[in-house]
Design a protein around this ligand. Sequence first.
Ligand code: ATP
Length: 442
Amino acid sequence: MRYSLRGVDKPKTLVIGIDDTDSKRAMCTTYVGAVALRELEMRGFTRTDHPRLVRLNPNCPYKTRGNAAVALLISAEKGLEDEVESVVASTVERLADMECEGTDPGIVMAWEEEAGLLREVYWKALTEIVELGDVKRLLKDLGIRFRCYSEGRGIIGAAAAVGADPSTLMTYEAIAYRVPSKWGTERLVDAESVVEMDRALCDFTFDNYDYEKGEVRITPHTPCPVLAGVRAVTDVHARAGLMMVRFLEPIDFVEVFRTNQATDSHYLPSSVAAAKPLTSCAIRGVISEPPRMTVGGHVFTKLRDSTGEITLAAYYPTGSFREAVLNLAPGDEVIVYGAVKPKPQGPTLNLEKLHIVRLEPKYVFEAPRCPNCSSRRRMKSMGRGKGYRCERCGFRDPNAVPRRIPVPRPLAQGIYEVAVSARRHLVMPERLRLLRSHYQHR
Ligand code: ATP
């Protein structure tokens, strides 16, 4: 820990946000942040908390993959900001994939007590689209340090990571990074050990393995420096989970991030009419059209509320979730969660989660049997509301009505989720919600 020799300035927490250092072909902002943190630690700075990994609006058109940004929290004295900035900046300059168009790194630095001034930027970047000019202006007005490279779009995510609302930072991810010589090669992870770890730590970790598709979910599929990441409700379980996995290649180092992943914080409660494209919404309404499956295996239906109607889409990769959507029927009352996409046929909600609140009873109608003759045959309708007639004995009953027989629905009230491999970083697995309420009530 660095202390002032005169002991006048007590060290305080400096929050350093970093974003937009990667491209589709290389790098990862979590790696840049983790390396910068190590560089700072080598110079004697200490961390005051886990670094943050925040996921922002998953519908942002500028994102490379998971719209991640990071923030480092270190103890520093006033006056050392220049040194900290230069360490972080030189790490960004060395590692960012600057040759790729669209990599626009940004760094934002604020003392912890100022960081709350960026809370609004965080919420906006998580739920909407933010203008770069607005963020620049705000940082200038607040006198908060920032540094831009290329277009500097990264300051949006960097400012959001600095201003992250602690109430949303509820999960952890332990990430193992690969040695640089392995970047871009196939990741060597023993899938069986991932399943063993998942079974052993299923009350604490999540989204390790997709049992429906038989797919390891802790490894990315991109040429970035990440070997694997285990997500959990505590930092200890995240690290323990990672350590239980057998890797058949060396690990360079491990960093544990505090995250807003799996928290559902990106959803805006909305009506159909207010659901804006490029946002993620939770809308309550009634199914208004029988669902249908396309040749490609995508399922579509419609939802209506008092303000309008919106198309709902459950795409092929969402797996058996589509069966639930396909079994919905007009009149079912639901809350749907997903991303609002502008489509030629009007806005469409790409479903991420479905809450069936009430199922509309379904019936089949049967003609009554003849009570008069021995045939016990079903009678024939004489027209709507005009009763029934027996074709055998000619008996007529103008007051006879069809029998209403309830048809069991192959669905129940409750929450339905997409396949683990189709789940977005911010979406909370329902098992996690149950575990959380279990621990809260103990
Ligand atoms: P990875 O997940 O692999 O780290 P990424 O998907 O996070 O990559 P970036 O390369 O960081 O993608 O690019 C996202 C860019 O979009 C950044 O410049 C970030 O500042 C900006 N951004 C993030 N959220 C918003 C938003 N809500 N509105 C406008 N810009 C945003």
